[in-house]
Design a protein around this ligand. Sequence first.
Ligand code: ADP
Ligand code: TYD
Length: 208
Amino acid sequence: MRGIFITFEGIDGCGKTTQAVVLKKRLEAIGHKVIFAREPGGTKISEMIREILLSADNVEMDPVTESILLAASRSQLTKEIIMPALDEGKVVICDRYFDSTIAYQGYGRGLDITWLRELNRVATYELVPHLTFLIDLSVEKCRERMYGKKFDRLEQEDDIFLRKIREGYLSLSKEEIGRYIVVEGDKSIAKIEDIIWKETQKRLKEFY
Ligand code: ADP
Ligand code: TYD
């Protein structure tokens, strides 16, 4: 594979999407071809699965069902979009990838992490991001940023659930220091942009 795969992670409202969009623009400005995708979703089939996952009506969804649906959405996105783009030498930026499942369904919902890793090893065709930005921010500050937004099923969870996820992400970042860059989310949008840009340029130099 010739392209570089960059993912953004963190709890809801931490600022991932804001930063992912800026990074795409900056990379395009220096001549890279960039594909952007969000999870769950990103293909026709994956967006249909997203509807099922996020529908506020589906309150009875079982956590194992949820994990398998997330993995199904991910395998379709990986095969249909991410792998071909990387083969063509493009940069792929993904707003969430399998680390979200380890954090939310594993640390958050308490499902077996070994099983979730195995499920995702298959669903991703063993593809691992080259670089993952974890935007770390307190649950309280994330909530402030989400104020007024209509919550989907997965965003209706309580603060205890989100705190477990935040801690889970921080543990994951310590397990893979080479891949994860932890960015403090309470800095200004512009400051975070600069940190992310510096780190990305460093990686691009090593990679291409
Ligand atoms: P996520 O994708 O992680 O849910 P978003 O990027 O959608 O988060 O940001 C959530 C809200 O917070 C948006 O209104 C966005 O403009 C705002 N926001 C993002 N980053 C910052 C920041 N560093 N400081 C203040 N507000 C921010
Ligand atoms: P979304 O509206 O895309 O939120 P965000 O902008 O915060 O990414 O909703 C995605 C929701 O799905 C979010 O609450 C996190 C959750 N999710 C999981 O629980 N596990 C996963 O593997 C993924 C990809 C998302």
